[in-house]
Design a protein around this ligand. Structure first.
Ligand code: PMP
Length: 767
């Protein structure tokens, strides 16, 4: 333990302090008023009119001058970094050079009977001292949080060997106060401190070495700050407890002080205000936020233990030393009452609860129109990374279903881009900013030049992109009819639901839409251009000329059927011949899903008029786009104007740019080809003994496995889930396994997938 804590404070009287002030720092004071201090003596020097002249501090005889020099160097450093921080900078001794960088020039030693004391003098900072935290307004609380973060930031690059010390007030050493438990006379307080220290040993100590650490103040409290009439910090004093410690310790100490006398909900509300103030300057890492209630409690425990011990030893007056013990004990009680997880949640940390009852709550509030949860035993997801998802029970699942997290769940390039841009600004395309323009340029550059796709409109989803494409097509062609595949899905809006036979269900097919059957190569059905031509003819009989044909280039909902280039080309030509535009819906097949190309229409050898993009574009962040030719957008612009509030916002744009970057940097498309081929081959291998499996098809990581019937597909999907692998089903008959993993799916995941599939098929066959 730092030995300064194991001694009483010096005992100079006011008259000798006036004399010392004159002798050491040339201050001609009429009086000196004791400001109270734990182990030093601090006096306000006053002139004849009782006006403050300066603050004089007499250090404890046990104080190491190296520590005092560290303090001086630290505040000078912090002041250089953040000149508007209201820090108390020790005066230079009379006669020292004004540019002196020697910290020893800011103290004078005097010898007394109990040893050597160092004298330092500070400017009297404006403001009220020892303010009562309960009086602080919400705005002031946030300001105190921000100030704590600024102090931490200003000290970030500072170091001094004396910072490596074991100062008991520093919460990282809370465990050491266990030795002081006996000194806590109040039995209730002692039990609280013991409970907190037990928790500290179990939950905090193992994590402490992983926290970001630096030299910090360690004792940011209302005792060591001054505040103006509005409660805003106007001065920060007393760097005497500085240590090399986890950064979060400063916020814990500050909270411990500011939460005094705030109880129940008000305690948590106050904490959140202070934390959000802190995070305006320095965002907390998840682990820091998670540990914050523990550290606040530990600081409270340390307060009770040290003050009880010091007053018991006669080093301090008990009333002064133990004045906070009642309030901080109540803080501990509140935290213990709600429990550590719940406290962290109420501080703002993400702490998932066990999922019991969640499905019932979902049913109650989400309503009957919503698609039901997938799986008989739904998965409560709490985290994911790459191609793996984690349930609330800690179980991990190989994700072979979700195409949205295209470059992998939680890819740091995307998440950090989103977080960074959110902190800077998020706004809309009425203003100029780089990201949306760069994104448009880069999307255009991915399109085949021959298509002339040179204009981008940003929206927020695949549905919106298709809705917009539909409006572009009808305005450009003047036609009202539409063509889509027999079991297509293109969106949730009025216009796109009409283009989605998969979701028509009981609804009468819309009059202006015709469907055509894509080819079933296995059974040699619909393999020529006739079904498409017939669909155009049927539209005509109802008086509609087509405005557009829309096609998902990997035919997901139809069950990953494969048209091939020749037939797709026939459809495109027939579309144009009928006066319609071709809309390439890349919501499923885009962003490298086929591996061979960025866009699935390229895989089909098509040159579309409009391209729509969604799902994988932001790796989970909602963003969509329409890419078309200028003449098509211009015709729309002649009739109306396009603006989408969120479309192309900077946060979405940087997310989408990060996805494009990762696709390039990690050479994702080449991997998709390799892993996709290997996965299909491995699936073919394991399904061979099972006649229920009819076909394995698809391109890249858009893989369809056709099985006997809907019930078999459903059973396989459930069986895989039980074995920790997630897939979906597709096709009009619901008999196609939809294997459509994040593109982060890797070679190492293939055996996991096929082993689970083999085991599932085996157990189904054995039934
Ligand atoms: N087009 C296709 C091919 C889709 O698969 C989907 C979504 N399943 C959409 C459009 C609609 O996208 P969103 O759900 O983002 O509106």
């Amino acid at each position: 333990m730092d030995r300064v804590l194991a001694v009483a404070r010096p005992a100079f009287d006011a008259a000798s302090v006036v004399d010392i002030a004159r002798r050491t720092f040339d201050v001609d004071a009429a009086a000196a008023r004791d400001l109270g201090s734990e182990r030093d003596q601090t006096f306000l020097l006053l002139d004849d009119d009782d006006a403050p002249l300066a603050v004089l501090k007499l250090s404890n005889a046990a104080e190491d001058p190296a520590t005092l020099d560290m303090e001086a160097l630290a505040v000078l450093h912090a002041q250089r970094v953040d000149p508007s921080l209201p820090l108390a900078i020790p005066w230079l001794v009379p006669g020292a050079h004004r540019d002196s960088g020697d910290p020893a020039d800011r103290r004078v030693a005097i010898d007394a009977a109990d040893g050597r004391h160092h004298i330092r003098t500070y400017p009297n900072l404006p403001g009220h001292d020892r303010i009562d935290a309960i009086t602080l307004s919400d705005a002031a609380l946030a300001g105190w949080g921000a100030m704590a973060a600024r102090v931490g930031r200003a000290l970030r690059g500072f170091f001094h060997p004396a910072a490596q010390r074991t100062m008991l007030w520093d919460v990282q050493h809370a465990g050491r106060t266990r030795e002081l438990l006996e000194a806590i006379r109040d039995q209730r307080h002692r039990a609280l401190v013991e409970a907190v220290l037990d928790r500290f040993d179990a939950a905090v100590v193992p994590v402490l070495p992983t926290l970001r650490a630096q030299v910090i103040h360690t004792d940011l409290t209302t005792d060591n700050a001054l505040a103006d009439d509005d409660g805003n910090v106007s001065g920060i004093v007393d760097f005497g407890d500085m240590s090399y410690s986890p950064l979060i310790v400063d916020l814990a100490s500050l909270l411990d002080s500011l939460l005094n006398d705030r109880i129940d909900d008000e305690l948590f509300r106050t904490a959140r205000l202070v934390i959000s103030g802190y995070e305006t300057i320095t965002p907390l890492e998840p682990v820091e936020l998670r540990l914050l209630p523990d550290l606040v409690a530990a600081r409270a425990a340390v307060t009770i233990a040290i003050s009880s011990w010091r007053s018991g030893q006669g080093f301090e007056d008990a009333t002064f030393a133990e004045r906070y013990n009642g309030p901080v004990a109540r803080t501990i009680e509140t935290l213990l009452d709600v429990g550590w997880d719940e406290a962290a949640r109420r501080f703002g940390a993400t702490v998932e609860r066990p999922s019991r009852g969640l499905a019932v709550r979902r049913e109650a509030v989400i309503g009957p129109a919503m698609e039901p949860l997938t799986y008989d035993d739904p998965i409560h997801v709490v985290a994911a990374s790459g191609a793996w998802m984690t349930g609330a029970d800690g179980r991990r699942y190989l994700d072979a279903y979700n195409n949205v997290p295209c470059v992998g769940h939680g890819h740091p390039r995307v998440t950090e881009a989103i977080a960074r841009q959110s902190r800077l600004v998020n706004t809309n395309m009425r203003y100029l900013y780089e990201s949306a323009i760069e994104l448009a340029e880069r999307l255009i550059a991915t399109m085949p030049p021959a298509a002339g796709l040179d204009t981008v409109m940003f929206v927020n989803s695949g549905s919106e992109a298709n809705d917009m494409a539909w409006r572009l097509a009808t305005t450009f062609t003047g036609n009202r009819g539409a063509l889509c595949t027999a079991f297509a899905y293109h969106g949730v809006t009025d216009a796109t639901a009409a283009l989605s036979p998969e979701s028509w269900q009981a609804v009468r097919p819309p009059d202006h839409v015709e469907t055509w059957e894509p080819p079933d190569r296995l059974r040699e059905l619909h393999v020529n251009g006739k079904p498409f031509a017939d669909a155009v003819a049927r539209l005509a009989t109802r008086g509609y000329a087509p405005a557009a044909t829309i096609l998902d280039g990997v035919l997901t909902s139809d069950g990953y059927l494969e048209p091939g280039q020749a037939l797709a080309g026939e459809w495109l030509d027939a579309t144009h011949a009928a006066g319609a535009l071709w809309i390439a819906d890349e919501v499923q097949g885009g962003h490298g899903r086929t591996g061979h190309h960025m866009w699935s229409f390229q895989h089909l050898g098509l040159l579309p008029d409009v391209v729509t993009i969604g799902k994988p574009m932001g790796n989970g962040h909602p963003v969509g786009a329409v890419v078309t030719r200028r003449e098509i957008a211009a015709r729309f612009g002649d009739e109306t104007v396009f603006f989408s509030t969120f479309g192309g916002n900077p946060v979405s744009a940087v997310a989408a740019l990060a996805v494009l970057d990762v696709l390039d940097d990690e050479r994702v498309l080449a991997r998709v080809v390799r892993v996709g081929d290997a996965l299909r081959a491995a699936i073919r291998e394991v399904v061979r003994p099972y006649p229920a499996v009819i076909d394995v098809r698809g391109v890249g990581l858009a893989i369809g496995v056709e099985v006997a019937d809907r019930a078999t597909a459903a059973a396989i999907k459930e069986g895989l889930r039980e074995r920790g692998v997630l897939i979906g089903t597709a096709g009009r008959e619901g008999n196609v396994l939809k294997v459509r993993p994040p593109l982060a799916f890797s070679d190492a995941d293939i055996p996991v997938f096929v082993d689970a599939l083999a085991s599932t098929l085996g157990s189904i066959a054995a039934r």
